[in-house]
Write a protein that binds this ligand. Structure first.
Ligand code: NOJ
Length: 534
């Protein structure tokens, strides 16, 4: 077990979707100065780092994930000076900054692609994946786009196809080209030199494609994209040496960090990319995909724990900008009792927790009419898939006209329930979800067993319960969560008197009887300090 506090391992990371966080200039879109004005809130909440979804210049075909300049700030978000101010002030408050690097593809408006598509002999031609049609005019291979349709787009100007894993306006770059590699490493350097503490790498395991562009084999699936095993368009062996090189670059600066977004992630796939010479972390979205079920959560946790082993360091996430919010997915009750239980779980597992803005007040997804959908896959697949706008609505700060987010109409509609669910209201209510998150974050920081201790799952417990012990040399803390709707009894580890650190239902505290039994109501969760061994 480690003894030195390390922000990315022992701390908590909070994702901000900048266009929806806080609008300082009244254009209806969040911006960097808006985020800066909320740093006191974030510090008070108790998070250690913020990850900013992309703030680079972008035509916004995929809302910032189509970048047209990797070393600039989109004027709608502010300027490089504003960015520097944000970094400076965040650091003064002991909050680190993680940038989102979208390096699998650029925007089609990036100068590199404009050059590349201008002629077949342009020096930038090979910076992207251009190929001639097959003799019958069809695309070079069977690869598909995740956002729908084939992955190859024919460009009449030069009579060839280029590959795009996402939208046609997001052409994939050719990472095998030495100049591309150098340019991209330069992007890391640029932000490191500006004081950035870490990076989230968008679809990093898609950077390399099979050199011969072999067809993917077929499998059963609904959409064309799912009807293939993605063995040739992702996860190529060249990614490991590249990660080694990026890691060496990061390690030349103190305590820098990278977390990869493992595309089409499975835990087994994600773990391959993590290590002392690779990424510090890679997302495993298996946890996010679990239903509200003790046994399923437990299996997902044990699998990830097992893969990480004693040396590896897991991470957990319940929400992000691509997924339905946990409050909607898990049908949180109005009082957010389930929300508190989910927070207790996320913030006491062994590993780095990632929060997503608004999670701390239990924001729900917004419902959109077809005409209101903005997200490209939502437009395409409506009504089967309604896109990702639902989890991207503006942050609900207070009860004022635009929820304190903006002076004018927000770019995406507010949740209609913001009058009853916002930061100001929850700050004033000692029993709110927000105050529960704060207490939980404080507790996590105060007790090293919770942020860096070992974790042991209790086995012989009734169905519906999840219980584990976090321990270091000083303390043992038991977490018990009742996922079921009815009461459950749990026999505590033999003969250990306890004190309660936190209860999700303080009005009906969990009962402890003389025979070592803990009784939890349906949905209740507790953190107990075990005194055994004193
Ligand atoms: C993953 C990002 O999380 C998602 O929002 C984006 O659409 C794709 N990568 C493409 O960049």
């Amino acid at each position: 077990m480690h003894d030195k506090w390390l922000w990315w391992r022992d701390g908590v990371i909070y994702q901000i979707y900048p266009r929806s966080y806080s609008d300082s200039n009244g254009d209806g879109m969040g911006d960097l100065n808006g985020i800066r004005s909320r740093l006191a809130y974030l510090q008070d909440l108790g998070v250690d780092a913020i990850w900013l979804s992309p703030v680079y210049p972008s035509p916004d075909k995929d809302f910032g994930y189509d970048v047209s300049d990797y070393t600039g700030i989109d004027p709608r978000y502010g300027t490089l000076k504003d960015f520097d101010n944000l970094v400076k002030e965040a650091h003064q408050r002991d909050v680190r900054i993680i940038m989102d690097l979208v390096l699998n593809h650029t925007s089609d408006q990036h100068p590199w692609f404009k050059e590349s598509r201008s002629s077949r002999d342009n020096p930038f031609r090979d910076w992207y994946l251009w190929r001639p049609a097959k003799p019958d005019g069809s695309p070079p291979n069977n690869w598909q786009s995740v956002f729908g349709g084939g992955g190859w787009k024919f460009d009449p100007q030069t009579g060839e196809y280029y590959f795009h894993m996402f939208l046609p306006e997001q052409p994939d770059v050719n990472w095998r080209h030495p100049a591309v590699r150098q340019a991209m490493l330069g992007v890391f350097r640029f932000w490191l030199e500006r004081g950035v503490d870490g990076f989230r790498l968008d679809v990093f395991n898609g950077y390399f494609k099979d050199a011969e562009l072999k067809d993917n084999p077929a499998r059963f699936g609904l959409r064309a994209f799912d009807r293939q095993f993605h063995i040739h368009d992702t996860d190529q062996p060249e990614m490991i040496p590249l990660l080694n090189e990026i890691r060496a670059l990061l390690d030349a600066y103190p305590d820098r960090y990278m977390v990869g977004e493992t595309f089409l992630a499975t835990p087994q796939k994600a773990i391959r990319y993590i290590g002392n010479t690779k990424a510090h972390a890679a997302f495993n979205f298996n946890f996010t995909g679990q239903p509200w079920h003790a046994g399923k959560m437990r299996s997902a946790i044990l699998e990830w724990e097992g893969l990480n082993g004693k040396e590896g360091w897991p991470n957990y996430v319940l929400n992000n900008h691509d997924t339905r919010r946990s409050a909607s997915r898990y049908h949180f009750d109005e009082a957010d009792l389930r929300g508190k239980t989910a927070a207790l779980l996320l913030l006491t597992l062994r590993g780095t927790p990632f929060l997503y803005y608004g999670e701390e007040i239990g924001m729900r997804d917004i419902a959109l009419k077809r005409s209101e959908i903005m997200d490209p896959p939502g437009k395409l697949y409506w009504p089967i898939y309604q896109g990702r706008d639902g989890c991207r609505s503006p942050m609900q700060w207070d009860t004022s006209a635009q929820a304190g987010f903006s002076r004018s109409r927000p770019w995406l509609k507010l949740h209609p329930g913001f009058h009853d669910r916002n930061v100001a209201i929850q700050q004033a209510n000692a029993d709110s979800l927000l105050n529960f998150y704060k207490k939980m974050l404080q507790l996590r920081r105060q007790h090293p067993a919770l942020h860096r201790g070992s974790m042991e799952m209790l086995k012989e417990i009734p169905a519906g319960l999840l219980a584990y012990i976090r321990a270091d040399m000083q303390e043992r803390i038991l977490i018990a969560i009742n996922f079921s709707r009815s009461k459950r009894n749990c026999l505590l580890p033999a003969g250990e008197p306890v004190s309660v650190l936190l209860d999700t239902m303080p009005a009906w505290p969990a009962q402890l009887d003389g025979s070592g039994h803990l009784q939890l109501r349906g949905g209740q969760g507790v953190a107990l300090l075990l005194h055994g061994g004193d």
